[in-house]
Design a protein around this ligand. Structure first.
Ligand SMILES: [Zn+2]
Ligand SMILES: [Zn+2]
Length: 155
């Protein structure tokens, strides 16, 4: 896979994705709702090393302490949510990039799960598995392993 350049809505902040997408998750937690100014965050899951921090431009980071501790990056100009980094397990550091940050022509996998669904603003009528909180390590890993590039476009 070649590099993908993602950017915020005003175009000043950006980052480069250098590796494959591992999955797609819709998070209904209140932090995601606030950060994305939406009912939930629709994000791509990547390995943190595939979103190199030294190539993240014009972003200010905030640490959100709610477990799991996560660093969220916002455009310094328009304030839109560009990237989040978190370590969910001792051995795995992940990055999350909102779907809207990807260029439209990049094929992205379908959502694999809703998480923190107990905090939802509205019910979502789809067949995607829903978890009340962040699911078990096993559920996430299964999702990551199942996701492949190019299987489906965006919904
Ligand atoms: Zn911006
Ligand atoms: Zn969330």
């Amino acid at each position: 896979m070649s590099e993908v350049r993602c950017s915020c809505s005003c175009g000043k902040a950006g980052l480069v994705v250098t590796g494959p997408v591992m999955g797609r998750v819709r998070c209904h937690c209140t932090i995601c709702q606030t950060a994305n100014r939406a009912a939930y965050a629709d994000s791509m899951i990547l390995l943190a090393k595939h979103v190199p921090l030294e190539r993240v431009d014009y972003v200010r980071f905030e640490t959100m302490k709610d477990p799991p501790a996560i660093q969220r990056g916002f455009c310094r100009s328009c304030g839109c949510h560009v990237v989040a980094y978190g370590s969910y397990w001792r051995f795995l550091s992940l990055a999350f990039v909102p779907v809207a940050r990807f260029p439209a022509e990049v094929p992205l996998p379908e959502p694999a799960m809703h998480v923190f669904y107990d905090f939802r603003i509205a019910d979502v009528a789809d067949a995607v598995p829903k978890y009340g909180k962040w699911p078990s390590d096993l559920a996430v890993l299964r999702t990551i392993l199942r996701t492949r590039w190019g299987r489906a476009g965006r919904s």
